[in-house]
Design a protein around this ligand. Structure first.
Ligand code: ZN
Length: 205
């Protein structure tokens, strides 16, 4: 099997095609196969060698669940579009990831920053990313110290050393209808069973 050059996503997909599931259990890799003999010494060796990058891949919020690739649609930068925003606007990959990439480059602990046109998809990715965690730290960044006048600027959530930021600044300029959708996905994210939220400023909602 020639797997050295495969990206983590393709490597895992190849295993999945054989029925072997590799998932994250806390900070370890969990391997499940339909039959015992399928996890060969060669596969073990590959998994061990690629452990760090596989864990990094599995820990990052997924952006692979985007809507179907637009056909012939053009991004605002005139390049071919590869995805649609929450509102159905065509985006190329560069423009789609621009905001998140710039901000994540600022800190290695930052795995994802939401961008306004993709807020719903980004929150869905973060929801999926946090699925296996039993406890998460959450922190709110607000505009000031007067709690009734404050606006939430950003919500940080994750584990020490690995966090996602929900950029809430665009929320206040949105039409009421879109605000309601944002609140809905946030409500879903923060009200799942089985997760203990650790925070000192949990007054939203
Ligand atoms: Zn573009």
């Amino acid at each position: 099997m020639k797997t050295q050059t495969l990206s983590p996503a393709m490597f895992l997909q190849g295993l999945q095609d054989q029925g072997i599931a590799v998932t994250l259990a806390g900070d370890r890799l969990k391997i499940e196969a339909p039959r015992k003999g399928m996890i060969t010494p060669e596969l073990c060796e590959q998994l061990a060698r690629r452990k760090a990058e596989l864990i990094a891949h599995l820990s990052a919020p997924s952006i692979s669940d985007l809507p179907p690739t637009p056909n012939g649609d053009i991004c605002q930068c005139q390049r071919p579009a590869t995805c649609y925003s929450d509102q159905g606007d065509p985006f190329c990959e560069d423009c789609r990831n621009q905001a998140s990439r710039t901000q994540c480059a600022a800190s290695s602990a930052l795995v994802r920053v939401t961008s306004a046109p993709f807020f719903l998809q980004d929150v869905a990715g973060i929801t999926e990313w946090t699925q296996n965690y039993q406890s998460l730290v959450v922190d709110l960044e607000t505009t000031g110290i007067h709690e009734h006048l404050d606006r939430v600027v950003a919500i940080t959530l994750g584990k020490p050393g690995k966090v996602a930021i929900l950029d809430m600044r665009p929320y206040y300029g949105l039409p009421a209808e879109e605000q309601a959708t944002w609140r809905e996905v946030l409500h879903y994210l923060f009200h799942r069973d089985g997760i203990t939220w650790i925070g000192h400023n949990l007054k939203f909602d």
